[in-house]
Write a protein that binds this ligand. Structure first.
Ligand code: IVH
Length: 666
C-alpha cells in the first residue's frame, strides 16, 4: 500500500524534476547543479522501485533526456547522442579507471586523451559527400531540432569539408559556444536595444542558435569545436581520438584542444595543472576536463552503459566557494505569486563574478540550512549555475542574529499569503499583485510565449507602476500616445513595441497557453493542450478529462482547471478574444495529430518494419511511444514472440493490436 505521505513526496519530486528539466532543456537556465538534480532523480527512482504501483508513464524516470522545443523541425540522430558520466573527486576517477581496466584484457594499459569540457550546447553536423546537409541540437539524445539554417551562419562550421578524401558521410559532434568577449558585446547590444541581458554565455549561445532569423545568429558570433562523431563512412578511416582530432583539422573543422596522458596519475596531475594554469586564460566557459580512452579498438571493447560510454568520463571542477555574511533576507514575488526568499549578502567575489544576492529557493531550504539573518555562510557557484548557500557556520553566529520568518503579507502588495499543502512554497493570493503582474507580463512577452521584443523589465515596470496595464490583455489596449507619456519612449520605440504587440496576436495557441502562466504548465504541456483543444474548449474541460491526457497528471489537471475557473481568468479570456488573439487549436499539427494523446507500446518483433520505424510513424501522427505498459497506454502492438508487456496489457485491459491491425490504423 502506498502511504499518503509517500504519494505526496513522489508528486512533489516529479513536479520539481519537471520544472528543472524545463529550466535546463528549454530555458537553458538551470537553477541547481547536476549533482542536486541527480539526487532528486535518485530519490524518485528509489521510491518508485519500492512502490512499483506508483510508477506512471509520465514520470520523469521514464525517459532519458529533456524535451525539445517545437519551433524547429525535429531531427532524429543517426546514432543516439549520449552524455558523459561525471566524477567530482580523484577517488571517483580512480574507481572509474579500475572499472575500465576490468573491462579490458589483463595487462592492457589504455592511453588517455584529455580535453576541456566546454560549457556550450552539443550540436551534430551531418556532411553528405562533403557538404553540410544538416545541423541538429542534441534534444533528448534521440531527436533534436534541425538548426541547419542557423548553423550555416556560424563561421567556424565549414559548409563544405576540405582535404583530399573527406568521408562520404560524416556526422561530427561538438559544442556550439560563445566566447566571453562576444557575450559581453551581445549583452551590451541587447541592453541598448531595450531587451533583457542574457544570464550567461551558454544561455546566450542557446538563444542565438535557436533564432528564427539566421541573420541574427550570424551577428552573435557563435563558434563550434568538434569533439566526437556519430557517423564516419568512407574517406580515410580514423582509429583513435587523437587521429580523429587531427583529421578534423584537415577537414576544415576546428577540433577541441587536447593533451595526452599515459596513466591515471598523469590524468590527475593534468586536471590540477589545467585548473591552476590554463583555465582562467581560456576564452570560453569550461566546467571540467573530459578523459577519453584514445584507441577506438579499446573504446569498442569497453562499450556503453545505457546512458554513457564506459571509455570516457567528465572530471568536473567543483563549484567555487566563498564565505560571506547574510545581511538581510528579502522576499521576491514570482509570476505565479510564489514568494522566494533571497539572501542579501555582503558582496563577495566567487568564480569570476561579484555576488551580493543568493536565492534560498524556499522556506524548507532555510530550515534545512538553519539560516538566520546575520549568519556567516559559505556560498558556492558551479559553472554558470546561479549561486547558492551551502552551509551556515553556527560558531560565528552573532548575538544579534534574527530568525527568518515567512512573511504574513505579500511584500509587494500587502495581500494575503497562503501555503498549499503539497507544495513547499508560500504564495501571495492576490491576483492583482503588481509584482506578480510584472513577472507575468515579462513571461507573456518572452520568446517561448508571445515573443514581444522590446518589452523588457524597465518597460514593464513603467507600464504597471503608471497604472496603464492591469493584466496581460491591457497590452493590447495600448496606444502610441500612452507610450509616449512614459519616460522610456520616443516615436520609433513606441511604434516598434506596438508592432510587436500586434504581431503577437497571430502566434500559435500553444504560445498563448504557455504565456498565460498557468502553474505547472510549461511549453511542452501547452503544446499538447493546443493540439487537443481550442482555448474555449480547454477552459471548459473538466479536471477528470484533462487527466486522461498522458502528459497531464492530477496536479497539472487541477491547476489548469482551477486557473480557468477563476473569475479573473474568465474576464481575461474575454478581453483577449476581443483583442483578436488566436484561440484556434494548432491546425498544422492537428492535421497530423491523428494519434494525439495516445501512447503506443510495441512488444515482440515486427515483420514489415523495425520498432524504431514504427515508433517514428506513431510520433509523426502526434502519438507517443513508450517502453512500458500502464492503464494510460492506448494500444499495445504485439509482433512475433511478444514479451511480458503483452501479459501486462491483458491484465490491465489495454487494447492489443496485431501488426496488420496497426498498419490498418496507420
Ligand atoms: S565527448 C558520449 N568531449 O558534454 C558523449 N563531450 O555529457 C561523447 N562536451 O553533451 C561526448 N565538451 O556535448 C565530449 N571535449 C568534450 C566535450 C563534450 C563538452 C559535452 C557534450 C555532451 C556533454 C556530455
Amino acid at each position: 500500500m502506498l502511504p499518503q505521505k509517500t504519494r505526496a513526496e513522489i508528486a512533489r519530486l516529479r513536479a520539481e524534476i519537471r520544472d528543472h528539466d524545463r529550466r535546463y532543456y528549454v530555458e537553458d537556465d538551470p537553477v541547481i547543479s547536476d549533482t542536486e538534480y541527480d539526487q532528486l532523480m535518485r530519490r524518485l527512482q528509489a521510491l518508485e522501485a519500492e512502490y512499483p504501483e506508483a510508477v506512471a508513464p509520465d514520470s520523469p524516470t521514464q525517459r532519458v533526456g529533456g524535451s525539445a522545443v517545437s519551433d524547429f523541425k525535429p531531427a532524429r540522430h543517426a546514432a543516439a547522442m549520449l552524455s558523459l558520466d561525471n566524477v567530482y573527486a580523484e577517488d571517483e576517477l580512480r574507481e572509474w579507471h579500475t572499472r575500465l581496466l576490468k573491462n579490458l584484457p589483463p595487462g592492457e594499459k589504455p592511453a588517455f586523451v584529455l580535453e576541456p569540457k566546454i560549457d556550450g550546447l552539443s550540436c551534430a553536423l551531418s556532411y553528405e559527400d562533403g557538404r553540410l546537409a544538416r545541423a541538429a541540437t542534441r534534444g533528448d539524445g534521440e531527436t533534436g531540432e534541425d538548426v541547419t539554417a542557423n548553423a550555416r551562419a556560424i563561421r567556424s562550421i565549414p559548409l563544405a569539408l576540405s582535404g583530399a578524401r573527406p568521408p562520404s558521410r560524416l556526422e561530427v559532434r561538438g559544442e556550439v559556444y560563445m566566447a566571453f568577449a562576444d557575450f559581453e558585446k551581445v549583452n551590451a547590444d541587447e541592453v541598448r536595444a531595450g531587451r533583457e541581458a542574457f544570464v550567461n554565455p551558454r544561455n546566450c549561445a542557446a538563444g542565438s542558435l535557436r533564432q528564427k532569423d539566421p541573420a541574427v545568429t550570424a551577428q552573435r558570433r557563435l563558434r563550434f569545436l568538434a569533439h566526437s562523431f556519430g557517423v564516419w563512412e568512407g574517406g580515410e578511416p580514423v582509429t583513435s581520438e587523437t587521429g580523429f582530432l587531427r583529421a578534423c583539422a584537415a577537414l576544415g573543422l576546428q577540433p577541441v584542444q587536447h593533451d595526452e596522458a599515459g596513466s591515471i596519475e598523469e590524468v590527475i596531475r593534468f586536471y590540477h595543472d589545467f585548473k591552476q594554469n590554463r583555465l582562467s586564460g581560456l576564452a570560453f566557459a569550461v566546467d571540467g576536463i573530459v578523459v577519453k580512452v584514445d584507441s577506438y579498438a579499446q573504446q569498442k571493447r569497453l562499450g556503453f552503459t545505457a546512458k554513457s560510454p564506459r571509455w570516457a568520463v567528465a572530471f568536473k571542477y567543483p563549484a567555487q566557494q566563498a564565505s560571506t555574511v547574510v545581511e538581510k533576507v528579502e522576499f521576491s514575488v514570482g509570476r505565479t505569486g510564489v514568494i522566494t526568499p533571497v539572501a542579501k549578502v555582503k558582496p563577495v567575489f566567487c568564480a569570476g563574478v561579484t555576488i551580493s544576492s543568493v536565492t534560498l529557493h524556499n522556506f524548507q531550504e532555510i530550515e534545512r540550512l538553519g539560516l538566520m539573518e546575520g549568519d556567516h555562510v559559505l556560498i558556492e557557484r558551479a559553472g554558470e549555475v546561479i549561486p547558492k548557500v551551502v552551509k551556515v557556520d553556527p560558531d560565528q553566529r552573532p548575538a544579534s542574529a534574527k530568525p527568518v520568518k515567512p512573511p504574513k503579507a505579500c511584500p509587494a502588495c500587502g495581500g494575503k499569503v497562503i501555503k498549499e499543502e503539497e507544495f513547499v512554497a508560500f504564495r501571495c493570493d492576490n491576483p492583482a499583485c503588481p509584482a506578480q503582474l510584472k513577472r507575468l507580463l515579462l513571461h507573456f512577452a518572452s520568446r517561448p510565449a508571445l515573443d514581444m521584443q522590446g518589452l523588457g523589465e524597465a518597460v514593464v515596470d513603467q507600464l504597471v507602476d503608471s497604472g496603464r496595464v492591469h493584466d496581460v490583455s491591457g497590452l493590447y489596449d495600448l496606444k502610441k500616445e500612452d507610450l509616449l507619456k512614459l519616460e522610456l519612449f520616443a516615436d520609433k520605440r513606441a511604434e516598434n513595441l506596438l508592432a510587436q504587440i500586434a504581431q503577437s496576436k497571430h502566434r500559435p495557441l500553444d504560445r498563448l497557453i504557455n504565456g498565460l502562466g498557468i502553474r505547472q504548465v510549461g511549453e511542452k504541456t501547452a503544446e499538447t493542450l493546443a493540439q487537443l483543444y481550442d482555448l474555449e474548449g480547454l477552459a471548459a474541460a473538466s479536471a477528470e478529462e484533462l487527466t486522461r491526457i498522458p502528459e497531464v497528471g492530477p496536479i497539472v489537471a487541477a491547476s489548469i482547471h482551477g486557473y480557468f475557473h477563476s473569475p479573473q481568468a474568465r474576464k481575461l479570456l474575454d478581453r483577449l478574444k476581443e483583442a483578436g488573439l488566436n484561440f484556434r487549436k494548432s491546425e498544422k499539427k492537428a492535421a497530423s495529430a491523428k494519434f494525439a494523446g495516445q501512447t503506443f507500446v510495441f512488444t515482440g518483433e515486427l515483420e514489415t518494419m523495425t520498432r524504431e520505424a514504427a515508433e517514428e510513424k506513431v510520433k509523426a501522427l502526434g502519438g507517443k511511444a513508450s517502453g512500458s505498459v500502464s492503464a494510460k497506454t492506448a494500444y499495445v502492438v504485439a509482433g512475433a514472440d511478444p514479451g511480458s508487456k503483452l501479459r501486462k496489457a491483458n491484465e490491465l485491459g489495454v487494447k492489443v493490436l496485431s501488426e496488420k491491425e496497426f498498419l490498418d490504423l496507420l
